[in-house]
Design a protein around this ligand. Sequence first.
Ligand code: URA
Length: 464
Amino acid sequence: MCLRGKLEWLGFCERREECQLRVDPRAGLGSAVRVDPRDVIRVKRDGGRLSPELIDDFLTGYVEGRVEDYHASALLMAIFCYGLDDAELWAWTRSMLESGTRFDWSHMDGPMVDKHSTGGVGDKVSIPLAPALVACGAKVPMISGRGLGHTGGTLDKLEAVPGLVTELQIEQIRSQLADVGMFIAAQTPDLVPADRKLYALRDAAGLVEAIPLISSSIMSKKLAEGLDALVLDVKFGSGAFLPDIDKGLQLASRMSDLAKGFGLPMTVVLSSMEQPLGRMVGHANEINESLDCLRGGGPKDLVDLTIRQGGEALLACGLADNLESGEARMRTSFQDGSAMEVFERFLKAQGGQGDLTADLPTAPGEAHFLAPESGFLACVDYREVGVALQGLGGARVEIGGGLDHGVGLEILARHGDKVERGQPLVRITHRDKRGLEGCLEHLALAYHVLSEAPDPVGETRTLG
Ligand code: URA
């Protein structure tokens, strides 16, 4: 078959408006016909539309090693520039999903629920949320990630607990879900291997922030978890991984379309990261604040968002008749100690040592960032707060690098507060002053004091 014929047979077309599939009915995905990856790149590079067969051939080839990193980065860049339409995005996500195994929990009781956050500074909701959902009768098979850009990752936060491991074998994942009702673990090697490879490449090539690539990356992993319901927390505001609310809404819309297409009930909560959730930023700090929440206390914004997401999850998976009763069950699980009991069992199952319900120690050094003048605190750039933590050693600067779980920031004043010159705005815990100067410089960029009270910042909303 000539190249043109082969490409037509596989559904190749040069122009978007001319696109139609011409697929031999005998050819399924994984057909033996192989396309030169450069021809796939050319389609997208020239603004064309990729057929499901071309996408599958390319992604299968990438996982198998037939398609090289340089091919994949060229295609990703073309997708970055031209995007993927709905049919392409669905096919891309399906091929990612089918690149590995999918969990099957059909032999287990209890609906499987999870939540995913698009990431923000000080976002620790998953930590109190997951055990509370288990205490309310759900099971939570949570595959989670590490810090991304200036935002922290749940796995890094949990690893502040001495002994705790997040790289679990599939046998442990299975038995822990049955015995404890939850796990929070890193992506296993056979779960969406296409995403493992592509994500590392996107990170290295500066190609993370593309809506179709983010949507397919997250949804392929969540679909592989074998869920009955998912809550998606789309963050916006300066502390969010995607600060622009319009981008957040676009992401929510594309992920909702994917969830519908794959038959996964999903609720979207849109929440503001104009300020960190609660007061704590940094790994041990955030575990300690999550423990406060699990003890029935904790800062109101963190507790309210956790309860909202839990209520939505219980409603979506049929464990609550309406949002109010779902929220009430979540609140009770914090107050009667049942969520804390699950949390302790979960930490123990994953290797946590010592008194697992006691606060973790933080780095010994203490310093403060002071208000530069009197007035009202406003326009706090929480991206800079995340970068300030990174400066102390609290976030990775390279893939696989180390981080200090004990350093952190405690936010002592919030947007709109009246402050006096010299008043402490942030309490810093550091180790031997490492990175302290840079941290203070970033905090100085983050904080602005105005003479008049500013408008309030964004609120949390649920999208249907
Ligand atoms: N998180 C993911 O899992 N994938 C992305 O692409 C971005 C954030």
